[in-house]
Design a protein around this ligand. Structure first.
Ligand SMILES: [Zn+2]
Length: 78
């Protein structure tokens, strides 16, 4: 994995969890970069995703909770 991708992942570790349903505090629809599922996120999350894309860190740095957990499991095995 490229270092830039890793940095992009780390940026999202402290944010509020994406929701499967649209809410007032999480109104922005975003597709998971790994499974393609649609989730809803807050202003801060969408802002970070957009700035990561603008800076060319990743095409889609957003990753849902399930994929993130699967990814972390994989990391620990190696
Ligand atoms: Zn996913």
């Amino acid at each position: 994995m490229l270092r830039a991708e890793r940095d992009a992942d780390l940026m999202f570790s402290n944010l509020s969890r994406p929701s499967a349903e649209q809410t007032e505090s999480q109104p922005h629809g975003l597709h998971c970069g790994m499974c393609g599922g649609l989730f809803y996120v807050d202003d801060e999350t969408i802002g970070r995703v957009r700035s990561a894309i603008e800076r060319g860190l990743s095409e889609n740095p957003f990753c849902c909770e399930d994929c993130e957990a699967a990814y972390e499991d994989e990391e620990q095995e190696h």
